[in-house]
Ligand binder design. Structure first.
Ligand code: BDP
Length: 652
């Protein structure tokens, strides 16, 4: 077993009683006549053959087995479905075509997870409309990608089609992902060139079969001719013929309009653009004295006639805005609230710093009330051990989604903000920076597949229980054996916390080397990005410090401001804390921090033992590969620990 099948690793059902019931129900299937019938039938044939050794019969009128049909329940929307079981069999109903696609994967999951078919009464609608994977792919390589090269074979497209594109789409559809941004936010303008658009159209055609829309990251400087492009874009050059990308310039506006028309002529359901502008050297409207809103609106107007959207990123940290980097994005974007066109949505990272192992939630969530905000999470483990470490990210995302902003009183969690329950959202969306590549198992580490899976399931339903997501991943990826389930879950669940404790404790900020973001870089980061000396450690962001706390609503502001009430997970983000500060554990900060640094090593040691206990229960290849990853993780985590201990011991 190579891991290529991901969680669509259809295995024979071993329990004979269960198998009999499944066979009874799944042998005859009446399709609904939806646009997705072909892929639905394909997936059912493939999965039922592998799991039940049957080939289902697709019938027309029979009233037994599985019956799929349209229903009049409008509240199911574009993608929702109902599954019920009764005496006559199982019904799958939907109001719109895509409901059958997602409902089918649910039906398959019932078998994969060996659920009972009795009294099924399932009603599912996605809490977020747009659930996207952001690929940070360049033309071949992947920025912050740790699982090989890009999945998109640009040299082969449009003529030669890798079967992997379909498998990628199947995997995504099975967890509810319905949007794919094909390229890096540090966008190479060439993706907007005709020859690339033709290649992209082929991918769009494959993905469309699985209800997945294609989007592109657009470079704001694209309309310029190569000789006119500013220094920051020298590495690429524009792909247009203009001397400027000024959003007020009619020629520029026309260029984008024509480009949008061209894209839609090739890809009628194109989703839109994601844009990283005036951030880390990328060109943007501020180069011409215009605001982010001016820039976003100009692009939005080009897409508007076609129904496309602009996802404008808020990841900016212009040093002129504030001395404290963490405050800059909020300060730049909040004054623009209400100035964006109605097809612009701001894409905001979970934290205000940058995808750190732990961070308090970005205070823009809840603060922007007249502009839709979508969350950007990072599935690829840029700051969390790349694809070497086993770190399960679901607990981290849970922490973020459950973060109570208090923007409209207690219970104004980020999850509820995203779903529009707190502030109306005209677009409800979430994106995850993909961790895929062309390695045989897609994600490098077999366990990193779980992060892709969990992201999709969470995007569909941010309230879905952690244990449910985790156990379903384990059962459908590995097997349904009780011990496997228990042991694998035991391995996964503590890893985020142990990683935080051992690599970036109490939300201190960056701790890794500037290049690579993997090896320890305490010396380089400390004093430049955070403070440490013999008395104390951490950043003073209280009211008397940088006053970052004031970007939060009460009571968070006061809680975070008070060293004795601030959640310890965020302590060093908000407080310059004396080493002898008493922690809840009764230990001093120094004692606890030092003791906790060992958690990484202890966790990997425990995981090695736990994994060994599964020998024989897991196929040999994956067993061995995970063992190898754990061994490397052990070595690297030890090296990290040695650097950390050495560093912290300099201050006492
Ligand atoms: C940082 C990454 C960098 C990305 C940037 C972004 O190191 O590769 O380009 O975020 O999100 O975390 O724009």
């Amino acid at each position: 077993d190579t891991g290529y099948q991901l969680w669509l690793n259809y295995k024979p059902v071993l329990d004979t009683r269960l198998k009999r019931t499944y066979v009874q129900h799944y042998s005859q299937i009446r399709l609904s006549g939806s646009r997705y019938d072909e892929v639905i039938a394909d997936e059912l044939k493939r999965s039922l053959k592998a799991m039940l050794t049957i080939t289902p019969e697709f019938v027309h009128n029979e009233k037994k087995g599985i019956q799929m049909s349209f229903c009049a329940d409008k509240s199911l929307g574009q993608e929702g479905y109902i599954i019920r079981s009764g005496k006559k069999g199982i019904t799958l109903q939907a109001y719109s075509d895509a409901g059958f696609l997602y409902g089918t994967f649910h039906l398959i999951r019932l078998i994969q997870c060996e659920y009972s078919l009795e009294h099924l009464n399932i009603r599912e609608t996605p809490a977020l409309d747009s659930r996207q994977l952001n690929h940070w792919d360049d033309l071949g390589t992947i920025e912050r990608g740790y699982a090989g090269r890009s999945l998109w074979k640009w040299n082969d497209l449009p003529g030669k089609i890798d079967p992997r594109y379909t498998d990628y789409a199947r995997a995504n559809a099975s967890i509810g992902i319905n949007g794919v941004i094909l390229n890096n936010v540090n966008a190479d303008p060439r993706f907007l060139r005709r020859d690339y658009l033709e290649k992209i159209a082929v991918l769009a055609q494959i993905f469309r079969k699985y209800n997945i829309r294609v989007y592109l990251a657009a470079n704001f400087g694209a309309p310029m001719k190569p000789s006119a492009t500013p220094d920051v874009m020298r590495q690429w050059g524009g792909v247009g013929n203009l001397n400027t990308a000024d959003p007020r310039n009619p020629e520029v506006q026309k260029w984008w309009k024509t480009k949008a028309d061209e894209i839609y002529s090739l890809i009628p359901d194109f989703g839109g653009f994601v844009v990283k502008a005036n951030s880390e050297g990328m060109p943007g409207p501020q180069d011409y004295g215009c605001t982010h809103a001016d820039g976003a609106n100009m692009l939005a107007r080009a897409l508007k006639p076609h129904g496309g959207i602009v996802m404008w990123r808020t990841f900016v940290y212009n040093p002129e805005i504030d001395k404290d980097r963490i405050k800059r994005s909020y300060k730049e974007f909040l004054p623009l609230d209400g100035m964006f066109d109605d097809n612009v949505i701001l894409q905001t990272k979970n934290g205000a710093l940058d995808f750190q192992p732990s961070e308090p939630a970005q205070p823009l969530f809840g603060s922007m009330t007249r502009t839709p905000l979508m969350a950007e999470l990072q599935i690829t483990q840029e700051y969390l051990g790349h694809s070497t470490y086993l770190v399960y990210l679901l607990p981290m995302w849970r922490e973020f989604l459950d973060f109570d902003t208090h923007c409209k009183g207690a219970g104004s969690t980020i999850a509820k903000i995203l779903t529009g329950e707190v502030i109306p959202q005209s677009y409800r969306a979430i994106a995850g920076v993909a961790n895929t590549g062309d390695s045989h198992n897609w994600t490098g580490h077999h366990f990193a597949q779980a992060n892709w899976f969990a992201f999709g399931r969470l995007a569909w339903n941010p309230k879905l229980e952690t244990h449910k997501i985790t156990s379903e991943w384990i059962k459908s990826t590995w097997n349904c054996d009780k011990q496997t389930l228990k042991v694998v879950e035991q391995m996964m669940m503590p890893t985020w916390k142990s990683f935080v404790c051992s690599h970036a404790p109490y939300s201190i900020g960056f701790t890794v080397q500037v290049k690579g973001h993997y090896l320890a870089g305490f010396e380089i980061r400390a004093n430049k990005e955070w403070k440490i000396d013999n008395e104390s450690i951490g950043n003073d962001r209280t009211i008397t410090g940088s006053d970052y706390v004031s970007q939060y609503f009460e009571p968070n502001r006061s809680l975070f401001n008070d060293i004795n009430q601030c959640p310890e997970l965020y302590l060093l983000c908000f407080h310059r804390t004396p080493w002898n500060h008493k922690m809840k554990s009764g230990l001093t900060l120094r004692e606890e921090l030092i003791a906790n640094l060992k958690q990484g090593i202890e966790q990997v040691d425990r995981n090695i033992e736990l994994w060994k206990s599964l020998r024989g229960k897991i196929d040999e290849r994956r067993f061995g590969e995970v063992m190898e990853s754990l061994a490397t993780e052990k070595k690297d985590t030890q090296a990290f620990y040695d650097s950390a201990i050495h560093f912290f011991n300099l201050y006492k």
